[in-house]
Design a protein around this ligand. Structure first.
Ligand code: C5P
Length: 409
């Protein structure tokens, strides 16, 4: 923490009484701390206490005092530029809503916007458990998480209301540990910085007629998690996705397609320039040989649809790729199929394959978790435990980071 510049934002919840202690811990570790206090926060913890423990004036209003000694009329910008990290503890429902909406009517919310890109923001929501679980709060939390903020969920325990439940802000020592971890992981520069990463995601739809199609249960969650993680590491990301119900992560070029043929056409335009191609889409293997524009009649008792094979997008990339380019595929198998995955790695000329066994509860389509085994063409096999798709995406990118430098020598 030594020499690190940290903004500590405090909004108006009872947990604010813990934050001066966190500021003290930071100062003891050698950090420079400036506190941004909201109006509500000032009802719970005094400006004088915070100025004393931080050794700095407390920042509150964006409108500077115009007395003659004050020369910093743009501190809302300079503070955002100065900071290496921003910790908001506690974050109330109101402050979460302001941050999610991009409102900036005080120092805390304005610094959130002026903070330089890639600087970690840690948000510690703390409030009554029912408030925390309300759809509005959860929606705002999701928006902020999608923007790349680290949301540290409240703990369960005794609350100010006298009830027991979810809502307690973690203790100052835990906040410090989370901050140290976030700073450590963002300070390491990634080899993915500036690289063009193309990711296919979601299912494809293969048209039978104007109202019917063949598809699968893929939700696109794994591909979107990979896109988010790659952008956080500084990559330029193009996400080619089939029909999904997911918001586009910030900073990503998204191309929406429907069929495997459309996905193939979109992907092909990046084959030459991309550095990494990740096939996370569940591309339909076959499409109806004939499709109709209108609605087919149901007069016949039996119907036969002839299916023909779709192009294998990643195998096509595998065939054409140059030595400097990396091809990463997925292999979803319904039974223990490590051997099948290894065979696909060879057949499709991939550099890395992520193998997972289909299990509707924990891994594969629709769920938020995955159990992956990463198999590299030249070397390692890594068996990952049950992880959220976001964490699994991080591990997959760690593996890509290991392989890429050998390719681009
Ligand atoms: O052969 P299989 O479908 O199991 O291979 C899965 C991998 O191949 C995934 O990475 C998937 O995105 C990719 N794939 C593709 N085009 C297809 C079929 C699969 O890119 N037509």
């Amino acid at each position: 923490m030594k020499g690190k510049n940290i903004i500590v934002g405090i909004s108006g919840g009872i947990a604010a009484y813990k934050t001066p202690q966190f500021v003290r811990l930071l100062k003891k570790r050698g950090a420079n701390v400036r506190v941004a206090l909201t109006e509500g926060g000032s009802r719970f913890v005094s400006e004088l206490s915070l100025a004393t423990v931080s050794g700095e004036p407390v920042y509150r209003s964006i409108f500077p005092a115009t007395d003659t000694r004050n020369t910093d009329f743009t501190s809302h910008i300079s503070l955002g530029e100065w900071a290496d990290a921003f910790v908001i503890a506690p974050a109330t429902a109101h402050t979460l809503a302001k941050l999610a909406a991009g409102l900036c009517d005080d120092m805390l919310s304005t610094c959130f916007i002026t903070l330089r890109p890639n600087k970690p923001v840690l948000i510690f929501p703390a409030m009554d458990g029912q408030m925390f679980l309300s759809p509005s709060v959860q929606r705002n939390i999701k928006t902020l998480a999608d923007q790349g903020c680290h949301i540290i969920n409240p703990e369960s325990g005794e609350l100010a209301s006298g009830q027991c439940g979810l809502g307690r802000m973690p203790e100052p020592e835990s906040i410090l540990t989370a901050l140290e971890y976030a700073l450590q992981t963002t300070s390491q520069r990634s080899v993915l910085e500036g690289k063009l990463v193309v990711i296919t995601a979601g299912p494809t739809r293969e048209k039978i007629d104007g109202v019917r199609f063949i598809s699968n249960y893929s939700s696109g969650k794994m591909g979107f998690a990979l896109a988010r993680a790659a952008v956080q590491r500084g990559a330029n990301v193009t996400l080619i996705t089939g029909p999904v119900h997911l918001a586009t992560p910030a900073g990503i070029e998204r191309i929406d397609v429907e069929s495997a043929a459309e996905m193939h056409a979109a992907a092909r335009s990046f084959f030459v320039d991309c550095d990494i191609f990740i096939g996370a889409a569940a591309v339909a293997d076959y499409r109806p040989a004939l499709s109709f524009d209108g609605k087919m009649k149901k007069d016949a008792e039996e119907m036969t649809i002839t299916l023909i094979k779709n192009p294998d997008i990643i195998a096509d990339f595998g065939k054409q790729k140059k030595h400097r380019q990396l091809a990463v595929g997925f292999a979803l198998e319904t039974e223990s199929g490590l051997g099948f995955a290894q065979q696909k790695l060879i057949d499709k000329n991939l550099d890395l394959i992520a193998f997972n066994i289909f299990n509707r509860k924990t891994s594969g389509f629709e769920v938020d978790t995955n159990v992956l085994t990463l198999i590299a063409r030249d070397g390692f096999t890594i068996e990952l435990p049950l992880l959220t798709k976001d964490d699994a995406a991080g591990k997959l990118l760690d593996a890509i980071e290991k392989l890429l430098p050998q390719k681009q020598l």
